[in-house]
Design a protein around this ligand. Structure first.
Ligand code: HEM
Ligand code: MTE
Ligand code: MO
Length: 479
């Protein structure tokens, strides 16, 4: 049998660049991943492991703890690590950076433990207009930082007059408190449906990487004005960068940016929030201060906010420049050029069915069927209608929309262009006679008359983002 060569740790460390080749070790195997570097969904970070062990990095990014990742790695095996060096590596196993992450509710469906990513069951999400924080989806790229509220400082930088440093107390006392109800949706919500059409890379979110909360804090606009925003700064300022206090192995913080017009506009309602649903922001959602950019993809609502920088340029971070962009269905990992697409900001119109669940069985003795769900659109566009079909799209009925809990007073209509919150919807209709299986579909229309695409293939993209085709569930009807 053909035995692979044995390499020492010293030999492996010589291969740590694209010129000298990129080698890594994993569980005693040696891999030459030079060719894979450009195709890596996590970007250039992969080079951090060059010339050494993957384990400490994959402990931080446990998204790699999946069979398909190991399959990719196995294609690049070139040898074995010497047994002495393997033992040294095992002795040096690093501490778990996630040991201080908070407790989470057991009802959440966990997509990835480290970093923690989870979403609630659909039938529970659809039960409340305001999503309780324990049920609100959690999307963390890194471990949750422990922030001491007493020593917390928010640094606001990039202004000609110098930086502004604000304590939590400063934020709460020096600026007016502002509250909005806003829906937050991850760019990867409903990725699993795209994944079924053709494999995509990313957390396999169902339909509930979305939630609606009441956020209170100060307007970003007020803080920018206090830091020196005025006509002079407006001449060159184009973007506002946000940096979290969560840092990766290189000390790089989670970071991203939004356009200045959204940040500074009174109608933009961008918040530096210190409360979620009337309580201190929970640690998973950004304690003590997070950005809430309503109408915009969740990725821009930076949690554990440490730094704001006003700039002529977009953020240069991985999450602004490489991730969270949309591509053509024809673009694959070999062809993709991140510079060719703009960063996702406002999201397209979305809706999904939370009840009944796909595969549910309905008793024929029920004369009516109730279908429920959520609908939302980005950019402050209001959902004006949700159409529901019980027969795979042949006929349609209009669902009832609501902005509040069942039987409770509803929230007043938002001012034009500031519809940040979702609507819950419901349709009760006679159970179609005779049908043994129903294909239930929903689709929403916003006030720009934007509609959802009917199928996924024309919007499929390699990262599985912006998945907003008609939502379809199949149910069985039994005697
Ligand atoms: C994501 C493969 C090394 C950081 C991914 C994904 C794959 C992959 C397939 C997408 C997984 C999914 O979402 O389904 C690999 C292979 C590696 C490697 C084969 C080694 C040969 C590394 C290293 C780092 C890293 C060393 C960090 C230092 C990341 C990050 C993501 C990622 C940050 C994106 C996670 C997100 O969605 O935010 N990698 N990876 N990877 N990888 Fe790697
Ligand atoms: N902010 C920091 N600092 N770190 C993160 O990993 N994740 C972003 C955003 N803000 C993230 C962050 C992404 S991709 C989303 S979808 C939302 O937070 C999720 O917010 P939630 O966990 O409160 O639901
Ligand atoms: Mo996200």
């Amino acid at each position: 049998s053909s035995r692979l060569p044995v390499f020492s740790h010293d030999e492996v460390t010589k291969h740590r660049s694209l010129e000298d080749g990129v080698w890594v070790t994993f569980k005693g195997g040696v891999y030459d991943i030079t060719e894979f570097v450009a195709m890596h969904p996590g970007g250039n970070k992969i080079l951090l492991a060059a010339g050494g062990a993957l384990e400490p990095f994959w402990a931080l990014y446990a998204v790699h703890d999946q069979d398909h990742v190991l399959e990719i790695l196995s294609q690049y095996k070139v040898g074995e690590l010497s047994p002495e060096d393997l033992k040294k590596q095992e002795d040096a196993k690093s501490l778990d950076p996630y040991s201080s992450d908070p407790e989470r509710h057991p009802v959440l469906r966990v997509k990835c433990k480290k970093p923690f990513n989870a979403e609630p069951p659909p039938e529970i999400l659809g039960d409340s207009y305001i999503t309780p924080h324990v049920l609100f989806f959690k999307r963390n790229h890194l471990s949750v930082p422990q922030v001491d509220p007493a020593s917390y400082r928010l640094n606001v930088e990039g202004f000609p007059g110098g930086a502004l440093s604000l304590s939590l107390e400063d934020l709460k006392t020096r600026f007016p408190k502002h509250t909005i109800i806003a829906t937050m949706q991850c760019a990867g919500n409903r990725r699993s449906e795209m994944n079924k059409v053709k494999r995509v890379n990313g957390l396999n979110w169902g339909i509930t990487a979305i939630g609606n909360a009441k956020w209170s804090g100060v307007r970003l606009r007020d803080v920018l004005l206090a830091a020196g925003f005025g006509p002079e700064v407006a001449k060159w300022a184009r973007h506002v960068h946000f940096e979290g206090l969560d840092k990766d192995v290189t000390g790089t913080a989670y970071g991203t940016s939004i356009p200045i017009n959204k940040a500074i506009s009174e109608e933009g309602d961008v918040l530096l929030a210190y409360e979620m649903n009337g309580e201190d922001i929970p640690s998973d959602h950004g304690f003590p201060v997070r950005v809430v950019v309503p109408g915009v993809v969740g990725a821009r609502s930076v949690k554990w906010l440490g730094r704001i920088v006003i700039s002529a340029e977009e953020s240069s971070s991985h999450w602004q420049q490489h991730d969270y962009k949309g591509f053509s269905p024809g673009t694959d990992w070999k062809k993709v050029d991140p510079k060719s697409a703009p960063a996702i900001q406002e999201l397209p119109v979305q809706s999904a069915i939370t009840v009944p669940a796909d595969g549910a069985v309905i008793d024929r003795s029920n004369e009516t069927l109730t279908v429920k769900g959520y609908a939302w659109s980005g950019g402050g566009r209001e959902v004006v209608r949700v159409d529901v079909s019980l027969d795979g799209g042949k006929t349609w009925q209009v669902a009832q929309l609501r902005s509040g809990d069942e039987g409770q007073p509803t929230e007043p209509s938002p001012p034009p262009g500031r519809a940040w919150a979702w609507k819950l919807w419901e349709l009760t209709a006679p159970l179609p006679p005779e049908a043994e299986e129903l294909e239930i579909i929903c689709k929403a229309v916003d006030n720009s008359y934007n509609v959802q695409p009917d199928t996924i293939p024309p919007i499929w993209n390699l990262r599985g983002l912006l998945s907003n085709a008609w939502h379809r569930v199949k149910v069985k009807v039994t005697e």
